[in-house]
Design a protein around this ligand. Sequence first.
Ligand code: FAD
Length: 383
Amino acid sequence: MASETYESPWTNDGVDLFRKTVRQFIDREFVPRQGRWREQHHADPEAWPLAGNIGMLLPDVPQEYGGGGGTFAHEAVVLEELARAGVHFASSIQSIVAHYILAYCTEEQKRKWLPLMARGELSSAIAMTEPAAGSDLQGIKTVARREGDHYVINGSKTFITNGLRAGLVCLAAKTDPKTTGPKGTSLILVETQDLPGYRVGRPLEKVGRHGQDTVELFFDNVRVPASHLVGGTEGMGSFQMMEQLVYERLSVGVAAVAAMEKAVDITTRYVKERIAFGKPLIEFQNTRMKLAECRTEAYIGRIFLDDCIERFLKGRLTPTAVAMAKYWLTDREFHVVDECVQLHGGYGYMSEYPIARMWADSRVQRIYAGTNEIMKELIAWAQ
Ligand SMILES: Cc1cc2nc3c(=O)[nH]c(=O)nc-3n(C[C@H](O)[C@H](O)[C@H](O)COP(=O)(O)OP(=O)(O)OC[C@H]3O[C@@H](n4cnc5c(N)ncnc54)[C@H](O)[C@@H]3O)c2cc1C
């Protein structure tokens, strides 16, 4: 993203052109629908093929699999533009699942699922968390038992983003329930359409991010072909998740910085317009001090994030560095957005004001994709 004095090193003419297309599309097609999506707690199903049409889905997946053929820079653009417009749309989940497929699935599976996902004809979810196991993923109870050419799956998942209509679920399950360590867990891709024993709960009532659904999933003797085991070898799930969580956590960081920048922008405009004691709020020294702090934190966040993106593009972003980014950027996001709410006074607490919605939206960033406490554990134990 660019500002008056700074331009991200990972942008170029092609990426800028892609941003223009994505921005125009979001403003035209998604912004007018946001109110309804927030009320119904999910995006319209038609939104997926529309997004697929303009190349907003799987922008960093090779073209031979139907993707945009770009890099993480293109994915970052989509995340930034959604944040800029205040639109909830789970395209990042689609990208996360696509990268599991790209990294570990067979050629045949890549050619079957990725083009459908890129066109928005198949939407997806990643299902790790369970009612009794979130941070402690080794404690999951969902079991996939091998029976001939199939796995028989029993268990439940909770807090699953985009699960409502996901036709493909990347599921974490125990293939060896007796093994307590990471080797007992595998990932299995579940095609959910008309699948006996598979059930989706109602969208959960969240504090924020109302425009995208978060649901419970239930598996009751669900039969899935054994060939849908991700990577083809049992017990690799925890290692695959550790590898792919780098992508997911970097995506969370991108959204965090975009939110900070937007919060500072809209608050700067607001304090110039709002009058108190006969003068604009910006005339009060405290307002200027707070704004200066927020703008500085957003700027430091941007530089740190851009360094992480550059490293990722070169294949050199470590799990420890991305844990630092996920923890620090989302902590700062919530702090900056909270300060900006304060500068809006009572209007900052009214849902019709973007800053109020951003406050509710930003809270969960410190919780999902691994809580910030778990990020600090990873950082502290690193060599
Ligand atoms: C809106 C939303 C969307 C989500 N989307 C998805 C999704 O798409 N797919 C999916 O699989 N999951 C999803 N999640 C789940 C999310 O990843 C978990 O909520 C998160 O990992 C925390 O797990 P938990 O809720 O069970 O909390 P717990 O693990 O019970 O943690 C509770 C508290 O204890 C702390 N804690 C736990 N263990 C330790 C430790 N070892 N050291 C220090 N502190 C610790 C945590 O940091 C936290 O503060 C989503 C959650 C939300 C709220």
